[in-house]
Design a protein around this ligand. Structure first.
Ligand SMILES: *Cc1c(COP(=O)(O)O)cnc(C)c1O
Length: 445
């Protein structure tokens, strides 16, 4: 497997793009491969090497690189008719109607251009709606590159997690550990009447994959209700991925006040969205007075791609296919891990998967989760499996980035670049791809 062309391109890129990339996670070591093209469940790099692709654009590509004919046709049609106008179009209404019909908590929706923009707008909306400033977030949760949520620490020691953000932003954000009911109950006891919203991913999808423990979301729902705060689910990664068209909130049976979307809802084009109860979403301008606006928002090509994507999923076996392959992958990985790396934890649900390089093996494997950690208390791994962001950060992250990722790449499998980002099965993947992938794990783990 040669990589001369990718190395040459990266060398050029380093002169004109900071770090040679446009999104930091792409800068794999020692240099990334440059993609020439996608083909079904595979990508082909600039040197002609072919990989089974489980990155899928970091989440948006439910169909891999060859979406159904109906999706391709919708994209071509709208791209050739404008492609955008600064005036409303029918396809925005159709897409909004579709989401409102399928996602339990959504009556109205505002489309924007990225997941980051969605969470920024949702935080502003929650503050505008409640007249309060504080936002509770989960340590290890990810809500894009926004000032209010790029924080770290706890209690009185919360600070921005990057340079360039004033300390004063962090003063309004309260990070708590995911899955820790006591911590959030205490937070509400102390700050209950100052909290505008709890903003959380229903599953930590950007820091390993961490499922909620039994009752955690219900605790959040109750606390928000009792104290007049909004519960915001950030479903940018889980939306139309976990729980099918109802999203993760449908799977868990918890109804947030506001939901942020991104990734899949744009059918492979830049997108974000904020949905929820009409009474809340209508606070956005021009119906309300929380300012929100965007030149490209509701872009017709994006709306057409997203709508065709989800319509196809509603009418075909898309979720059955990706969830069955996801299950097979996690089951296979669980067997391999038990055999070769008993300290590791297989994580994920539906079409998401990841092996977490945890450091302690359970005493027995009897009755453990067979297809990805479900946070079952009876599982012998329960005390060892990661419950929050800090637990995932304590994994053997160096081994993942410096050795394992390259080993899998050399075997023709493209995984996400570090221990934290989720991986995805697409509709274009086959049983053969999955078996090949398990062989590669068997050799590389
Ligand atoms: C990807 C992601 C974001 C950010 O979306 P962008 O489109 O990259 O700005 C926000 N929240 C979650 C949960 C995500 O997975």
């Amino acid at each position: 497997m040669t990589s001369d062309e990718s190395r040459r391109l990266y060398d050029r890129a380093l002169s004109v793009l900071p770090g040679g990339v446009n999104s930091s996670v792409r800068a794999t070591m020692p240099y990334p491969f440059f993609v020439q093209s996608g083909d079904g469940g595979h990508v082909v790099d600039a040197d002609g090497n072919r990989y089974v692709d489980y990155v899928n654009g970091y989440g948006p590509l439910l169909y891999g690189h060859s979406p159904p004919e109906a999706v391709q046709a919708a994209i071509q049609r709208h791209a050739s008719q404008g492609p955008m106008y600064g005036a409303p179009t029918e396809i925005e209404v159709e897409h909004a109607e579709f989401v409102a019909r399928h996602v339990p908590s959504v009556e109205m929706i505002r489309f924007v251009n990225s997941g980051t923009e969605a969470t920024v707008s949702a935080v502003r909306l929650a503050r505008g709606y409640t007249g309060r400033d504080k936002i509770v977030v989960m340590q290890g949760g990810y809500h894009g590159a926004q000032e209010s949520t790029l924080v770290e620490g706890e209690g009185d020691h919360v600070r921005p997690s990057t340079r360039g953000i004033p300390q004063s932003f962090a003063e309004h954000t309260i990070p708590v550990p995911f899955n820790d009911a006591d911590a959030i109950i205490e937070t509400f006891q102390e700050h209950g009447d100052e909290i505008a919203a709890v903003l959380t991913e229903p599953i930590l999808g950007n820091k390993g994959i961490v499922m909620p423990v039994d009752g955690y979301h219900e605790t959040l729902r109750d606390l928000c209700d009792d104290h007049g705060a909004l519960l915001i689910f950030d479903e940018v990664i889980t939306g139309f991925r976990v729980g099918g068209l109802q999203c993760a909130q449908g799977k868990f049976g918890v109804t947030p006040d506001v939901t942020t979307f991104g990734k899949i809802v744009g059918g492979g084009f830049p997108v974000g969205a904020i949905g929820g109860k009409a009474e809340i979403i209508e606070q956005f301008t021009p119906s309300g007075d929380v300012f929100q606006s965007g030149t490209f928002s509701g872009h017709p090509v994006t709306m057409a791609a997203g709508h065709a994507y989800l319509t196809y999923a509603a009418e075909n076996d898309v979720y059955e296919h990706v969830n069955a392959l996801g299950r097979r992958l996690r089951e296979g990985l669980t067997e391999i891990v038990a055999d070769q790396a008993p300290a590791y934890t297989v994580a994920g649900t539906d079409s998401m998967f990841k092996v977490l390089f945890t450091r302690d093996a359970p005493e027995s494997f009897e009755g453990h989760c067979e297809a990805g950690c479900e946070q079952r208390e009876e599982c012998p791994r329960y005390d060892l499996c990661p419950k929050n962001g800090a637990d995932v950060a304590a994994c053997d992250t160096e081994r993942w980035e410096r050795v394992f990722w390259q080993e899998m790449k050399d075997r023709g499998v493209f995984l996400t670049a570090n221990q934290f980002e989720s991986q995805f099965v697409s509709y274009a993947h086959t049983k053969e791809d999955v078996e090949e992938t398990l062989d590669a794990y068997r050799e590389a783990l």
